[in-house]
Design a protein around this ligand. Sequence first.
Ligand SMILES: Nc1ncnc2c1ncn2[C@@H]1O[C@H](COP(=O)(O)OP(=O)(O)OP(=O)(O)O)[C@@H](O)[C@H]1O
Ligand SMILES: [Mg+2]
Length: 165
Amino acid sequence: MRFVVRTRSPEETRLLGEVLAELAGEGALFALGGDLGAGKTVFTQGVARALGVADIVTSPTFTLVNEYSGKCPLYHVDLYRVEGPLDVWDLGLEDYLEGHGVVVVEWADKAGELLDLPRVWKLFFRILEEGERDIEVVPPQDVEGSKLKEALTRIGVEVVEWKGF
Ligand SMILES: Nc1ncnc2c1ncn2[C@@H]1O[C@H](COP(=O)(O)OP(=O)(O)OP(=O)(O)O)[C@@H](O)[C@H]1O
Ligand SMILES: [Mg+2]
């Protein structure tokens, strides 16, 4: 399954992060890619909101990973400054991936094997124009399309493409 949503404000992108995190539950992995400044960190703020994280989520600038506590831990990884390709072992991510926390990785294509994990949600962010973003989502295979559609309808985000059931 693969779909594209169009968000028209940062808050809509945050809402998308929130509903997808609710749907994905503990142990979820979100691998984010796409344009610089397209909304990957904003999406992560929505994931944090779903987990009840009180802190404000910003990009991990001086560290690879920021850890937040919520209903379960949130590990926010940003590989932008990392010279890729690297494996998960080099990056020391295995502890985060093995725990029950939610892992969000910006610039995930730099650690390609992350994208092969069966539970990964792949998201690709594109800037359209001021305030508008297209976000392509490839959920893990076991996600039910009907639940996803219901969640997207609930937040009122526009679905511009839908492939799969
Ligand atoms: N529809 C939208 N969704 C998300 N962000 C938006 C949207 N419209 C405008 N913006 C703005 O775009 C910027 C997105 O910044 P953000 O840091 O989330 O991008 P990023 O993809 O994480 O960038 P980087 O690649 O540098 O990590 C914010 O300033 C936000 O206010
Ligand atoms: Mg970012």
